[in-house]
Structure formats: C-alpha cells, structure tokens
Design a protein around this ligand. Structure first.
Ligand code: NAG
Ligand code: NAG
Length: 191
C-alpha cells in the first residue's frame, strides 16, 4: 500500500491542479457578450464639426516640424519627408478665433509621383463638453486636390466607437513659408 502512495499523491495533486485551472477559467472569463443599453450606448448620432487646422512651419514657435528628411537627390517631390505636428484647431480660419483643440500626430509624403500625404493624427478637443475627447484620423491626403477625404477610424471619451470621415479643403497656403490653413469638415458617428 505504502508503495502506491507517492503515485497516488502525484495523481491527486495533478487532478487538483487541473481542477484549479478549470475553475480559474470559469471565474476569470476574459470575454462575454454585453448589453449595449446598460453601457449607455443607446442611439448612435451624427455630429458635424467645421474646424480649421493650422500647419505652422515658420516663425519662433512652429507647430509642424520635419523629423525625417530623405537624401536630397532621391526624389524631386519630397517623398519620404515626415512632419510631426501639434497643430492648433480653431473654430474660424483666423488663428485668433476660438481654439477648440489640437491635431497631434504626423504626416508623411508617401507618393513618388505626386504630393500625397499619409495623415495619422488625433484631434484632441479642449472645448466645452468635448474637452478631453478625441477622434483619430488616418488616411490619404493628396494636398493639391480641391477636396480630400480621409476616414475617422475611432475615438475616445464622447467619441467612443466613432467612425466617419473628414473633408479637407486648403483655405490658404504660403509656398514661401510652408504655412497652411486647412478647413476640416468632420462627420462622425458616435453615441
Ligand atoms: C545621389 O547622390 C549620390 C552621391 O552624389 C550618388 O551616389 C547617387 O547615385 C545619387 N542618387 C540618385 C538617385 O541620383
Ligand atoms: C479641459 O479639461 C482640463 C482637464 O480636466 C481642464 O484643466 C481644463 O480647464 C478644461 N478646459 C475647458 C475649456 O473646459
């Protein structure tokens, strides 16, 4: 009898181990279906913002700086340049108009033939009830087209589950300094 005890004991320990891991899975279930209404996600709504995005490359306090410069002779249209931005978003086209947030992220010149940007930025709102909420814009921006459309791929705060698109139109562009003001019409579905 004593001879079998160690084997018996290991089997029991193994069984206990199996049981405990089994009950752990039961207790700490990592996925479950939830009720949308209980999370306050009742009715999806569509919000439109018309805001102005200021790309300031000149002066003492640029908000858009080149962080990657490709070798000068690899392309004629700046392919490979990357700018990091913390651009003001205002309610009107003038810089003096009400500040509603900042566009934080980067854009990259992603075409060898044209001037097409890859935009990856968060619109971080600071105004009114939107203060602290953000939306994420990721898309293609062929800057010399009259109107460019880019997807809104998500958001935070009031913009949880956000999806939508933006339409960007250049308001003014100074080729000498590189400074630009762009009108953004944002259409976003959220709860
Ligand atoms: C760029 O310049 C370097 C050095 O002058 C040269 O070796 C290279 O071939 C050039 N590349 C192109 C694409 O012209
Ligand atoms: C936005 O929220 C921040 C942090 O909670 C707060 O410090 C700031 O005063 C708020 N701004 C406005 C305009 O409400």
């Amino acid at each position: 009898m004593a001879r079998f005890l160690p084997i018996f004991a290991t089997q029991i320990i193994f069984l206990l181990f199996l049981l405990s891991s089994f009950t752990k899975i039961q207790v700490h279930g990592y996925a479950k279906t939830m009720n949308k209404n209980l999370m306050g996600l009742k009715k999806e709504k569509l919000t439109h913002f018309q805001i102005y995005w200021h790309d300031i490359q000149s002066g003492q306090n640029p908000t858009s700086i080149s962080v990657v410069r490709p070798p000068t002779n690899t392309s004629t249209n700046g392919f490979g340049i990357i700018n990091m931005i913390d651009n003001p978003l205002t309610a009107g086209p003038e810089m003096s108009s009400k500040m509603v947030g900042r566009a934080q992220g980067f854009y990259a010149l992603a075409s060898q033939e044209e001037v097409d940007l890859l935009m990856a930025m968060n619109f971080a709102f600071i105004e009114g009830k939107y203060n602290g909420s953000s939306i994420t814009v990721l898309g293609r921006n062929p800057v010399f087209s009259k109107m460019r459309e880019m997807p809104v791929i998500g958001g935070s705060g009031l913009f949880r589950f956000a999806r939508g698109y933006v339409q960007a139109r250049t308001h003014n562009f100074d080729p000498k300094t590189g400074d630009a003001t762009v009108q953004y019409n944002v259409y976003v579905m959220h709860y």
